[in-house]
Every structure is written in C-alpha cells, then in structure tokens.
Design a protein around this ligand. Sequence first.
Ligand code: SAM
Ligand code: SF4
Length: 345
Amino acid sequence: MNIFSGHIRSSDTSVPMIDPFGRMVSYLRVSVTDRCDFRCTYCMSEHMTFLPKKELLTLEELERLCSAFIDKGVRKIRLTGGEPLVRHNIMYLVRALGRKVRHGELDELTLTTNGSQLARYAAELADNGVRRINVSIDTLDPTKFRKITRIGDLSKVLAGVDAAQKAGIHIKINAVALKDFNEDEIPEIMRWAHGRGMDLTVIETMPMGEIEEDRTDRYLPLSELRASLETQFTLRDNNYRTGGPSRYVTVKETGGRLGFITPLTHNFCESCNRVRLTCTGTLYMCLGQNDAAEFRDLMRSTDDDTVIARAIDEAITRKPKGHDFIIDRDHNRPAVARHMSMTGG
Ligand code: SAM
Ligand code: SF4
C-alpha cells in the first residue's frame, strides 16, 4: 500500500511517517540553539559566528512543530544543540513536552548536554518527566578537559552529574574517541562511569563543519579502540538498544554497558528511525546529507496544522538511504558544511 496515496492523505496529521525504504520515523532530535558555553575543538571553531536570534524559532514555535511530529508518530524527542540548557527559558519547552509524556502522547523526552548547567536544572528536568539524559565528557582530567572544550570547567560538569543522579535521572556518558587525546583514558572513563551505574558510549569523530584542526589527525576508528580494550576487558555483544545508533557490549569486568557509535567504520543507516530539526526550523532527514525541508516560513504563514503535516510527509519521502561520511587524506574536507552544533549530535 502506498501511504502517500490520495486516499490516505485526507488524514495527513495522523498518518505515520514511513520513508521510501520502509523505515518508520519515530524519533525527533531537536537542536534548540546553535549556541554553546563550550567550544570543543572537534565540534566548533574557536571564534564561531552564531545565528542572529531573530532567525531562531521561538519556544512556542518549537512546541508547535514538535506537536506536529508527535501527531505523526514521533514517540521520542531528544533536545540537543549547541548546548540545550543555555537556551533562554528552555524549561518552557521541557514543561510542554513533559506534559506530552505524562499524557502518554510521547514515550520519552530526553536531552544531550555538556552538563555545565545540569546542577541548576537537574531537579526540574526530573520533575518534568526526563528520565534519562546523555552527558558528554571526553576526559576526566581537568586540564585536558579545559583544553578540549577550550572553556569548560570539569568540576561543574561533575557536580551536574551528581545532581542528576540524585534527582533519579539515568545518565549515559558520551565520549568522542580522539587519537592522541583520550584513547588511553577510555578504560578509566569506563571504570568511572560503570562504577556509578552509568553506561558509556564512545563516538567516532564525524566530518561536520570547518574547524581549526585536521580531523584525520584525531580520527580514531573504533574498531582499533575495541581491539585495544579487548586486550584488557572481556566484551560481550549485547542486543540492548536505546532507539539510537549505539551498538552495545557488556563488559564482564565492570558489569557495565559500553556503546559504540561508528558512523565511519560501520554504517548505521539501515535501521535509522530519526530526523533532525534545527533551531531555525530546518528539518534534516539525514545527519550526513545536505538535503533539508524548511518549516519556519511555512509555520509563520499559516495556523493550519494540516499544511505542516503535509510538508512533513513530503520531507519524509526525501529521507535518503544513508550518509556519505568519509575521513581520509584524499577527502580532507567536511562531508557536510554545517557543524554538529547546528543539527545536534
Ligand atoms: N552540547 C551538548 C553536548 O556536548 O553533549 C549537545 C550537542 S553536541 C553537538 C552532541 C554530541 O555530539 C556530543 O556528545 C559531542 O561530543 C558530539 N560531537 C560534536 N561534534 C562532533 C563531531 N564532529 N563528531 C562526532 N561527535 C561530535
Ligand atoms: Fe558545545 Fe557540545 Fe559542541 Fe562541545 S560538543 S562545543 S559542548 S555543542
């Protein structure tokens, strides 16, 4: 059956989103701001130019678009950025989406954060239905932490982790695996995370946006990292899934879970269930492709949500089969020009 046929289009607002490759889209990542209080060297350049505020969707507009996606079958929303917790009054959106969780319209509301503001917001996040979050920590050495983030204060992030755990929020730690930076530290980060009941996911660097460094110098294939970990630990493949692209193993010695996000060494596209919305209302159907659909002007031109639903349907017909990320000496340019902080990790 062709779900885009005229017969079914009459109820656009509630027709589920199934892409041309039969994948159902049920996961929306929303980058609520391109701004951040850190400048991680692999993510941003030191002197980033951020978007003028008037180009951003208001929080009310973000709420309206999220609701349109929920009506069309999205069950999980992740707020990201930039740093989601630096967006002014972000708790307005968290409260609005938290109500959707409470009413059973959304299974999960979560966020990915650098943790800098977590001590301040953890209790309120928990009160509004946030049960799990990802916190990005690439090193547990305060000096190295300052170096990689250019600004960050590790002690504040660790205080945020404490506050979130105290509020009952489950944490997964994300660490980007960087050659000659943290590759030898991953076992320590893993022992620390697992010792506190947190999963750890390691991520390969992705070629997104111009930065000062040469990414090939920092690129560490996770197949290499895994082989090195296997000399010290027993890693058992595990079927655990969070709806994201991580593939997990259980580490026998720690009893904890270790995830690998390997966009470059292992293509994770075949099971992709997600689309990404930027803070300006641009919908990317794939993290690694440039094709996009624009919602800001459309939304501002009408109060009719069926128009939005139809535009969502049209965008989903353009979801590509997969990304074209490559990092090697012959392709030493970003695969996509936008930074990860635009589309969200
Ligand atoms: N500021 C938040 C944070 O750092 O968690 C959320 C946004 S950040 C863009 C989301 C994730 O993307 C982080 O875990 C970050 O380490 C990762 N990231 C950023 N740039 C990346 C890149 N070029 N390749 C791989 N991961 C990247
Ligand atoms: Fe900010 Fe996150 Fe990018 Fe670091 S990775 S600069 S914390 S958006």
